[in-house]
Design a protein around this ligand. Structure first.
Ligand code: ZN
Length: 94
């Protein structure tokens, strides 16, 4: 299971859960300030998939600051995201 560090929140995660399902990282929210306002994290990453009403997948919600691979495989991002981007690019060629 390739492991990554999120460059925005510094959280580390595997791209696959123990039960085999894909893990989609989204930076956790920052704590609210003294006025109770929750600030937006700079360069927030959100790997949840964006699907248009037509059903067309257009990618992940936000690349944010990107990820750093932490294991020997050194994939630049979770493989399922690369595969999804390849499918989107192929569909745009048609
Ligand atoms: Zn994060």
């Amino acid at each position: 299971m390739p492991k990554y560090r999120c460059n925005a929140c510094q959280g580390t995660y595997n791209d696959t859960l123990r039960d085999g399902t894909v893990y989609t990282h989204a930076c956790p929210p920052l704590p609210p300030d003294r006025k109770g306002v929750q600030p937006e994290r700079e360069n927030k990453r959100d790997e949840n998939i964006v699907t248009l009403q037509s059903g067309r997948v257009i990618g992940i919600r936000s690349e944010g600051a990107g990820v750093t691979p932490l294991d020997a495989v050194r994939l630049p991002e979770p493989a399922w995201i690369t595969a999804m981007k390849d499918r989107i690019a192929a569909a745009e060629q048609e």
